[in-house]
Design a protein around this ligand. Structure first.
Ligand SMILES: C[S@@+](CC[C@H](N)C(=O)[O-])C[C@H]1O[C@@H](n2cnc3c(N)ncnc32)[C@H](O)[C@@H]1O
Length: 304
């Protein structure tokens, strides 16, 4: 949904733009292309491999300032302070994992390839999904799998994990996928692998993904200049709900007063939705890129 993201950002060629999720650098490169001298792109990724891969390509454009930051976007305000940037003209967040992260077996995100269960976006810190699977209580595992995976068989899966790890440590993605598949009674001709939701849930828990989204929005809504934009591409209903509720608090609504009349209430700064409903990927894009089937794009303009 590159074109739609760019439309949402409505780029000012001399503006300062933050791509909070560099990934493979596709969106960042497109933003950079639209900037003129005087414009600036600041890119974040908590995955150091992502930064290393896109650095050469993004920094090659002369005349425009490019800053790449290896950090969680939950620390965006402090990083902008460090760079001496007070306000920005736009922020883009394209949430979740990159195709690169999914494709590299050793990152342990995917059950398509057998590897140690890691799933950390930032490999330099934090516990791996393998640590989580082998140490969390049955109740914790069930809660994670139910909440982030929206998986109905969460209790059965958590029980099966506990039973399996009592015999031998669960080391690899194939081992875990097998445990989940058996707990759910096999594939039964389903197109989607039975472990999909469990893997997604563990990834979201290990990377504390929802908390980071809340933090970056809180920090940045007040740092976007009047008329600037925030664009967020989500892939999970919990992410989308969080984004929607966050911005709805900043949209003025009228409340009737007892003594008559109305008053407008909202949290500062005021924002306005760019599209009434979230945009979805076109049928064409969905057929080329299956991941885009669950994508929802929302954008707001921040009031002056
Ligand atoms: C879907 S990809 C982005 C793809 C990118 N828009 C492109 O054009 O290639 C998401 C990226 O965001 C990064 N990411 C996810 N959560 C993050 C966070 N809290 N802080 C920083 N980077 C994060 C991931 O490491 C991943 O590289």
């Amino acid at each position: 949904m590159l074109d739609e993201c760019l439309e949402g950002l409505a780029i000012d060629p001399k503006g300062i733009y933050v791509d909070g999720t560099l990934g493979n650098g596709g969106h960042a490169a497109a933003i950079l292309e639209r900037l003129e001298d005087g414009g600036m792109l600041i890119g974040f990724d908590r995955d150091v491999d992502a930064i290393e891969r896109v650095k050469g390509r993004l920094k090659a454009g002369a005349g425009k300032r490019v800053e790449l930051v290896h950090d969680n976007y939950a620390n965006m305000a402090a990083q902008l302070d460090r760079l001496g940037v007070d306000r920005v003209h736009g922020l883009l967040l394209d949430l979740g994992v990159s195709s690169f992260q999914l494709d590299v077996a050793e990152r342990g995100f995917s059950f398509q390839q057998d590897a140690p269960i890691d799933m950390r976006m930032d490999q330099t810190r934090g516990q791996t999904a393998g640590d989580l699977v082998n140490t969390a209580s049955e109740q914790e595992l069930a809660d994670i799998i139910y909440r982030y995976g929206e998986e109905r068989a969460s209790r059965r899966i958590a029980r099966a994990i506990i039973e399996a790890r009592a015999k031998v440590r669960i080391e690899t993605t194939a081992q875990l996928a097998g445990i989940v598949e058996r707990a759910k009674g096999g594939r039964k001709g389903k197109k989607i692998h039975p472990a999909t939701q469990t893997f997604q849930a563990l990834r979201m828990a290990v990377n504390d993904e929802l908390a980071s989204i809340g933090q970056v929005l809180e920090q940045m809504v007040g740092r976007v200049t009047g008329g600037g934009r925030i664009v967020v591409l989500t892939f999970h209903s919990l992410e989308d709900r969080l984004v929607k509720h966050f911005f709805n608090r900043h949209i003025p609504r009228e409340e009737s007063l007892q003594q008559g009349g109305v008053r407008r209430i909202y949290e500062e700064p005021q924002v306005e939705w760019i599209w009434k409903k979230p945009l979805k990927a076109s049928k064409e894009e969905q057929s080329i890129n299956p991941r885009s089937r669950s994508a929802k794009l929302r954008a707001v303009e921040v009031g002056a």
